[in-house]
Write a protein that binds this ligand. Structure first.
Ligand code: PHE
Length: 448
């Protein structure tokens, strides 16, 4: 076993975990998912999903990591259940595949930073997106983004990840807050807020089947659950602080950033378009926003600020995705992290190339992760926590916790029953949606 590092402080761990959680999911997907699922109606369901489903699963990953002090795969063996290592393996696979296309979108963001400086997207936002979203430029930008990711991970847990996220997370907050204030002065901002903040209960009631699965999926993704990230990060704790307290802080901050992103995106779009385009795919966010930035006074500066925030958010997440396979290989083989991160990162970059050449392929990677790998991994993690290693993990949750042992018993029963039922349903709907997309099923059978 190689010498394992530990976070230098509690805040260091929290910021690293927040850095992982806050990402493209919060700033790029969240506002647009909200828009295409009934505005504030989606928001309500999403907040419930994050609190009632995401948070307990996050605690599950934390206790696995902190108790075992091992990477996502070997953690299961170290707790005494080697046959469950496959669940960690699923997490490593999910991280690997996700990073491959996440980094391509990270590359798009780099191109939009360049576009804000050169004015490249000012004339024709659609043409700019077409030029940077698939093709040789995209491959190059993807390679640059992966290079940045690898560099940080190779530096190590404390010198790389902890140091980087300590700078990035506060910067994301300050810049995003500044942008939200600025756009509040735009004419038309009020309509944006109104749409964003007034839940239409009718929409929720009428579309529950359509809203719940994406909201649950988004809750897992935004909290970086199911990928082994939170197992890996909490394995570097080396101390017994209150995990429920740390987890709450992470969930709250992550949610605030997503909400703040809405306070930037909605006023901008309503000020210019008078409405928000419902999601027409991966590119809508980029084309709609770039189009709006080109018409707002000072829009290029807002655009630059926005895409820089997006880059910081994407990077602080991508490093956590690379950390999962890196910690596995480094723990297991005793190899030094630097060559390990480099080799694995290069492999991920290669796997991502098809998604940099065709946005349709990117959509497929995304769908397989969202509809299959992610719910499957979370389902197994919750079964493991609730039914297999339950006693030792509940005891672990009590260590350093100020919430009392009543909290851990409620948590345990919740993870045993409610979470598997919720995720099982999500998984079924996810598989169904994959089959429909692949043309195997002509139409959804359940909740069509
Ligand atoms: N949570 C990140 C986001 O919202 C994505 C992510 C998922 C990062 C899983 C790490 C692991 O963009």
């Amino acid at each position: 076993m190689s010498d394992r590092e530990t976070w230098t402080s509690r805040v260091g761990f929290i910021l690293a975990a927040v850095g992982s959680a806050v990402g493209l999911g919060n700033i790029w997907s969240f506002p647009f998912q909200t828009a295409s699922n009934g505005g504030a109606a989606f928001l309500v369901v999403y907040l419930l999903a994050v609190t009632l489903i995401g948070f307990p699963v996050m605690l599950g990953e934390f206790v696995i990591g902190r108790r075992s002090e091992r990477n996502a795969v070997e953690a299961f063996r170290s707790l005494g259940f080697g046959e469950w290592s496959i669940v960690g393996g699923l997490g490593v696979l999910a991280s690997f595949v996700t990073l491959a296309f996440y980094s391509v979108v990270g590359g798009w963001v780099l191109s939009y930073i360049v576009g804000s400086v050169t004015g490249g997207y000012l004339g024709d936002a659609g043409a700019y997106f077409a030029a940077v979203s698939a093709g040789p430029i995209t491959v190059a930008a993807h390679a640059v983004f992966m290079g940045l990711t690898i560099a940080i991970v190779a530096l190590g847990v404390t010198d790389g990840i902890e140091r980087a996220t300590k700078l990035m997370v506060p910067a994301i907050f300050v810049l995003m807050g500044g942008l939200a204030l600025w756009v509040s002065t735009l004419d038309g901002a009020a309509e944006g807020y109104a749409y964003y903040l007034s839940p239409d209960v009718g929409v929720i009631a009428g579309n529950l089947a359509g809203i719940v699965p994406p909201a649950v999926g988004q809750a897992f993704f935004t909290l970086s659950l199911g990928f082994g990230v939170m197992i890996a990060y909490s394995s570097y704790l080396g101390r017994d602080d209150s995990l429920p307290a740390d987890g709450s802080a992470i969930v709250v901050v992550n949610t605030l950033v997503a909400l703040l992103a809405g306070f930037v995106v909605f006023p901008v779009l309503f000020a210019i378009e008078g409405s928000i385009p419902s999601s027409g795919g991966a590119g809508t966010a980029f084309t709609a926003l770039a189009g709006a930035f080109s018409q707002i006074p000072g829009g290029r500066v807002i655009g630059l600020g926005f895409f820089v925030v997006l880059l910081l958010a994407a990077l602080s997440s991508s490093i956590s995705l690379l950390e999962v396979p890196t910690s596995f290989v480094a723990d297991r083989t005793g190899y030094d992290r630097t060559p390990t991160a480099l080799g694995l990162g290069a492999l991920v970059a290669l796997v991502g190339v098809p998604t940099a050449l065709d946005t349709g392929v990117l959509g497929w990677y995304n769908d397989v992760v969202f509809n299959l790998l992610l719910p499957l991994a979370v389902l197994f993690i919750s079964l493991f926590v609730g039914w297999v290693a339950d006693d030792q993990l509940a005891a672990e949750l009590n260590l350093g916790s100020s919430f009392g042992s009543g909290f851990s018993s409620v948590w345990l029963w919740w993870v045993r029953i409610v979470i598997p039922v919720a995720i099982g349903g999500t998984l079924l709907l996810g598989i169904q949606s994959l089959l429909v997309k692949a043309g195997v099923l002509a139409a959804p059978i359940v909740l069509g």
